[in-house]
Design a protein around this ligand. Structure first.
Ligand SMILES: NC(=O)c1ccc[n+]([C@@H]2O[C@H](COP(=O)([O-])OP(=O)(O)OC[C@H]3O[C@@H](n4cnc5c(N)ncnc54)[C@H](OP(=O)(O)O)[C@@H]3O)[C@@H](O)[C@H]2O)c1
Length: 169
């Protein structure tokens, strides 16, 4: 599986159940990368989506400990073991971990790649991502040119999980 996220300079990713940045070019990158694929999210991230509804044209897998939780158009799993059983049904390159903080930080070790949009700003956050730049198990393999949205600068980075690669070889 792969991870996709947008971060601030201090690796903040969210505040009060919402995203820190909503920039069309990043939203488009997210959509183009995940469309017709499988997305995994925590229950809180599902609830942060418009109307608490799943993402269109994607298989949506939602993790919650609430065994009675239901949402139309979502596959619900109640443990990481159940999640791994579910994602074994798909091509692992087609599976994307899309948040939020709890899921990213518990599951990033299992991701082969991370697509990280980095915004050159710090916004008051309450949810943070592990710092991939300070983790020698992760190698930066791609950095885009610098983009600009109304003065807000951002880049698209890709990191590879060297530890997982080593384990699989
Ligand atoms: N910047 C980005 O790219 C990005 C992307 C996505 C989300 N976000 C932000 O991240 C924030 C939400 O993150 P979060 O950490 O609060 O919540 P989250 O990771 O979306 O969801 C956490 C919930 O997932 C369920 N869960 C987690 N581990 C589980 C396990 N092992 N077994 C069963 N269920 C499990 C639990 O649901 P129950 O409580 O129902 O049991 C838990 O409360 C929001 O601010 C959102 O906007 C940012």
């Amino acid at each position: 599986m792969k991870l996709i996220v947008a971060v601030a300079r201090d690796w903040g990713i969210g505040r009060a159940g919402d995203l820190l940045f909503k920039v069309p070019q990043d939203m488009e990158f997210f959509k183009n990368t995940t469309i017709n694929k499988v997305v995994i999210m925590g229950r809180k991230t599902l609830e942060s989506l418009p109307g608490g509804k799943p993402l269109k044209d994607r298989i949506n897998i939602v993790l919650t400990r609430d065994e009675n939780f239901k949402q139309e158009g979502c596959i619900i799993v109640n443990s990481t073991e159940a999640l791994f059983e579910e994602i074994a049904k798909y091509n692992e390159d087609d599976v994307f971990l899309i948040g939020g903080g709890k899921l990213y930080n518990d599951l990033y070790h299992y991701c082969s790649e991370a697509y990280i949009t980095k915004f050159d700003a710090v916004v008051n956050a309450d949810t943070y991502l592990h710092n991939f730049d300070e983790d020698e198990d992760w190698l930066l393999t791609y950095a885009s040119e610098v983009h600009d949205h109304e003065g807000l600068k951002f880049i698209f980075n890709t990191y590879k999980n060297l530890a997982l690669e080593k384990e699989n070889n």
